[in-house]
Design a protein around this ligand. Structure first.
Ligand code: G3I
Length: 317
């Protein structure tokens, strides 16, 4: 009994999604708000540590439960994330390089087989480019993964393609929305992967931004367009927009709505941009904390003005 119009009803098949967490599924208002979307990603449950907290013992329960809920609600499902320096169990971090290679291969193989045919896209590698990268080439993040295996990214993508030739393989990172030099570095890095025939299908632009520091519409539109020219898909994967003053003033609210709308406009104006997801259902469940007011639903899971801003973009496209 939604008292408001659903984003998915105006999406024309376009994937408009949300990050969710099973720990909130007992909240009826939360689940009701989820129904605005037709695409889901698990905020934490499909990460390495969540699935393989102890070596060789795979626990798919929580990730499976997200997928089950997605199926129930008619939502497609996005996988996040196979290989990431964060949320990696201690056991893998202390392995020597050859053992770690095998663990990377084993994790990707087991997880992709488990979800074969059920998930349309995976973040194969998450956040591997260093924040200091300034647009002149790129610097890899000096993580345990990189220290032990300089080629771990290539290894991860090649393994994934071999195990499941159909699922779309994404590289996902933040500060890639055209505000910082890192955006250009990630573009160059991904272009280089394509040039070297590493099997990558798409790029996830996370889009954690703030009202005060937002991407320019023309810049983000162009950037997505350049990824399209490489033959890649783009997903906006983790959109949220922090407010400095809790977006209590009408002015700040309008500005925040504009950041959401611009992200969607930039995506919709490029045909290779095939998915758009916000990072959480409502302000109470946001990793930013409720007082940042970064999402589309308020403290009681009622849609905010920013929700209508997105709705209007969909209606006018
Ligand atoms: O599971 C424990 C729980 O047992 C314990 O009681 C609780 C106490 O704080 O912590 C729980 O773990 C937390 C986990 O979320 C599950 O709730 C971690 O401390 C916490 O660090 C973790 O935060 C997540 C973070 O990724 C790290 O994985 C956030 O919820 C999640 O929103 C955030 O998402 C990331 C994306 O994956 C990648 N891009 C950036 C984005 C935002 O940081």
């Amino acid at each position: 009994a939604e008292a408001y119009e659903l984003l998915k009803d105006y999406s024309n098949g376009f994937r408009i999604g949300v990050a969710t967490n099973t720990m909130h599924y007992n909240n009826g208002n939360y689940v009701n708000a989820m129904k605005a979307f037709n695409y889901m990603v698990a905020e934490n449950a499909c990460k390495f540590v969540s699935i393989q907290g102890s070596k060789g013992r795979f626990n798919f329960n929580d990730c499976d439960n997200h997928l089950k809920k997605a199926n129930e609600l008619g939502m497609a499902f996005r996988g996040h994330a196979l290989i990431w320096h964060s949320m990696a169990p201690n056991w893998i971090q202390s392995e020597d390089s050859q053992t770690m290679r095998n663990s990377i291969i084993n994790h990707i193989t087991t997880v992709l087989k488990h979800y074969e045919g059920k998930i349309d896209a995976w973040d194969v590698v998450n956040e591997a480019i260093d924040d200091s990268s300034n647009g002149n080439g790129w610097k890899f993040r000096n993580s345990f993964l990189y220290q032990k295996n300089k080629d771990f990214i290539d290894l991860a993508f090649k393994t994934a393609r071999q195990v499941d030739p159909k699922v779309k393989l994404f590289y996902n990172d933040y500060n890639t929305e055209g505000i910082y030099g890192k955006s250009e570095s990630v573009y160059q890095f991904v272009a280089d992967m394509k040039k070297r025939n590493i099997p990558i299908d798409g790029v996830g632009i996370q889009y954690h931004v703030s009202v005060q520091n937002q991407p320019q519409l023309s810049k983000i539109t162009d950037l997505i367009g350049r990824y399209c020219k490489l033959g890649l898909e783009v997903h906006i994967t983790e959109l949220d927009v922090s407010c400095q003053g809790a977006c209590n003033s009408g002015d700040e609210q309008n500005k925040q709505g504009q950041v959401f709308s611009n992200a969607l406009k930039a995506c919709l104006s490029n045909s290779c941009c095939t998915g758009f997801l916000v990072w959480g259902v409502g302000d109470p469940d946001s990793w930013l904390g409720q007082d940042k007011r970064g999402l589309l639903f308020d403290g009681s899971y009622k849609p905010k003005a920013q929700y209508n801003a997105l709705l209007n973009v969909l209606k006018s496209t």
